[in-house]
Ligand binder design. Sequence first.
Ligand SMILES: [Zn+2]
Ligand SMILES: [Zn+2]
Length: 359
Amino acid sequence: MASDLIVARPEGLYCPPGDFYIDPWRPVARAVITHAHSDHARFGHEHYLCAEPGRGVLLARLPGITLDTLPYGQRISHHGVTLSLHPAGHVLGSAQVRLEHGGQVWVASGDYKVEDDGTCEPFEPVRCDTFITESTFGLPIYRWQDQPTLMAEIFRWWQSNAAAGRASVLYCYAFGKAQRILHGMLRHAGADLAMPGPIIVHGAMTGLNRAYAEAGVALAPTMTVADLPARSPALHRALVVAPPSAQRSTWLRRFGAEAIDAFASGWMQLRGTRRRRGVDRGFALSDHADWPGLLQAIGATGAQRVIVTHGNVPVMVRYLAEQGLDAQSFKTEFGDVDDVQDSGGDGAAPAEAEAEAPR
Ligand SMILES: [Zn+2]
Ligand SMILES: [Zn+2]
């Protein structure tokens, strides 16, 4: 419709009256960024706007950009469009973009999760006429266990491996997932910080961990391998948090051939994924809403019109249409880099699952 507040253009999602883009994938003059994952935040735009808590992680990913930030909930006006950013609960600084113009309210949610994970502002339902949603895990088979239960499982897995003198190598995405695990281990250990061994993080994670710590997020104490002598027995009790790209790397050898490994990702809910990744254990931990979470979030907006951007698009569009909503889709270039399905090595990598986090 001519009055639509957001339309799909070859460069990205565009607001015609405001003349700016949301998470554009080609270079533009003005980009509003929902969050710093690499498929939503790219180099090359002249001017960036993101939520204030996302400043540190966005600059860690895209150093040198021209960036303005906005506190959650604060309204600004641009070419007569009222814009505000609201927590999306996905990763630190993640935001839904609320636009109001000509009596209409639109919300573009970026990626989101409805469960509060303690490492970012929890998802805030925002009333709107039109809601733009992701659908990464938009199939009824996706139902997450709650975070405390998952963290307790990871902790117990680490404990039993350590008792057997074997390191626990946990692969996860370096931005978002890694910090949730560090926060979860801290919470689970309780006040006396009784851990089965040291937590060793891969170098790809230290910059982002610092950005989270500077934003006031409580993380378990960590070290890098350089902090321990080469033959330290502590290496065999360690929880090793590493990006998937470290799998089968020489970096891992120092933890011994008998190390146990696991993968943390929403895709681990599918049994075949764990086997394809060649790991001993899978934990279905995701930064995205599961099927009930997506439906809960969509319902809470009160929107009569819903536009689906990425993930299981046809399934979600059909389901929402059956519920009587005006449902459609936008073709976008957003992928699932944050819940890496397969990042190479076994030839099963989907095209959008690009490289791991920042160097
Ligand atoms: Zn994301
Ligand atoms: Zn996404």
